[in-house]
Ligand binder design. Structure first.
Ligand code: ATP
Length: 246
């Protein structure tokens, strides 16, 4: 589903990514791990379209996305969460999720309102149902009318996740999703990720989470893939142990 093919990125003399290739099959959760400076963030930026690779290609569901903008990728169903949460503080939790659905249309002004009234009513009802569904999934139903700015960081992260999930992305990119979450929220996040049929790529330092939440792992070190496979395969790999233990 996601294919990363021979991707390289250099910053001056530093090879942040050096011929990185791997695939994530449809519906699987793939974790990217590696020591500091391994190239994880750079890889994420390349897949989400924030950075163009110096060489190599990225494809999602057979479509080559290498040269396309982050906006176009978003239209194709690629969603990303950030290490620093990005939610609308002045909107309630429910409004935040609704806003993530809104760009699908509904514009057109008064004339469209009059002509398309029944269709619009139906669309609004469907949106409302989807918001409720996503809030329930993320354990936020009880907070739907709270302003996002009033929430502690862990909850805000879950709001960001709910926003990313709202319109059923094809590929979800999660950047350090457990940071700021307490143990209960981390367990909830794991359940949410397990319940998704979306393909997920995540970067995460919490090894307990990674080992439980991911179907497969890609291990980077100094810009190269040094191992990949199931969490058990990777855990037992002597090269991985050496990279982590120095
Ligand atoms: N904008 C930049 N300019 C110059 N060098 C950069 C830039 N971004 C990253 N690098 C370098 O590229 C390499 C990979 O960095 P990257 O941030 O992708 O690693 P990482 O695995 O995400 O690290 P961490 O776990 O610390 O976040 C590092 O050597 C880093 O110093």
């Amino acid at each position: 589903m996601l294919r990363v093919m021979d991707v390289s990125v250099a910053f001056g003399g530093v090879r942040a990514l050096d011929g990185v290739s791997f695939e994530v099959p449809e519906g699987q959760v793939c974790g990217v791990i590696g020591p500091n400076g391994a190239g994880k963030t750079t890889l994420f930026d390349v897949v989400s379209g924030l950075r163009r690779p110096g060489a190599g290609r990225i494809s999602v569901a057979g479509a080559d996305l290498t040269g396309t903008s982050a906006v176009r990728r978003a239209r194709l169903g690629v969603r990303r969460t950030f290490q620093r949460t990005q939610v609308f503080g002045r909107l309630t939790v429910a409004e935040n999720v609704l806003a993530a659905l809104d760009w699908h249309g509904g514009g057109g002004g008064l004339a469209a309102d009059l002509v398309g009234w029944p269709a619009r009513r139906r669309l609004e009802r469907e949106r409302g149902e989807r918001v409720a569904e996503v809030l329930e999934l993320c354990g936020l139903s009880g907070l739907r009318d709270v302003h996002a700015a009033a929430l502690p960081v862990g909850r805000r992260r879950l709001v960001e996740l709910a926003r990313a999930l709202a319109d059923r992305p094809r590929l979800l990119l999660l950047d350090e999703p457990t940071s700021g979450l307490d143990a209960e929220q981390t367990a909830r996040l794991r359940e949410v990720v397990a319940a998704l049929d979306t393909t997920v790529l995540l970067v995460e330092h919490d090894m307990g989470f990674v080992m439980r939440a991911c179907d497969r792992l890609v291990v980077l070190d100094l810009g190269r893939v040094i191992a990949s496979g199931t969490p058990d395969e990777v855990r037992g790999d002597p090269v991985v142990r050496a990279a982590y233990l120095g």
